[in-house]
Design a protein around this ligand. Sequence first.
Ligand SMILES: N[C@@H](CCC(=O)N[C@@H](CS)C(=O)NCC(=O)O)C(=O)O
Length: 208
Amino acid sequence: MNMLKIWGRLNSINVMKVMWCVEELGIEHERIDAGMKFGVVGEDFYAKLNPNRRVPTIDDDGLLLWESNVIVRYLSLKYGSGNLSPADIGERALAEQWMDWQQTTIHPDLTFIFWAVVRDLKENQDPDKLAAAGARLAKAWKLVDEHLDERDYLGGKQLTMADIPLGAAIWRWYNMNIDRPALSNVEAWHERLKQRPGFQKYVMLPLT
Ligand SMILES: N[C@@H](CCC(=O)N[C@@H](CS)C(=O)NCC(=O)O)C(=O)O
């Protein structure tokens, strides 16, 4: 069996999710820097791994997979069933619900703001658009805050794959120079995540 291979640069939120997951599960792996300043994604061989030419991509003993949340689901089920991937089908579906919600509801506005504030992209710096994105995000995180009122983690008492995409996103939200409402449950959950070595190693990095 060949060792898990992961292509992706460490300052990508989508790569962070996979790396944090791999660390939680203790999977032996090899990571290859790819994307932005590292190039690689433009090379001919890469299109065969991932025709989108994006990161992350994995090769797990011949299985080529892209889409960060799908990779997190796959690794969690294969290497962490009953742990990161809940054994109960309903609980697993609820975890997946939060993962998809991160992609559809949090990611577009968070990325818009991130590129304006951190990567200094002028076309994203329209104050009205930034304010609208910030307001939508605040509303969305409030929903997470309400959900966390009775739970330590999104899936209940323990960390599951549900926490990984939104956990990577909350670090970004709290580390950008933007206005934010106070959300005590989200803040407490963020503090819990910050205690985890995998989160410390791969998510708690300066934003670049
Ligand atoms: N929906 C995809 C998005 C992948 C994506 O857009 N990745 C970005 C980095 S976060 C990328 O590849 N950017 C171009 C690059 O790094 O060269 C996923 O979740 O994996």
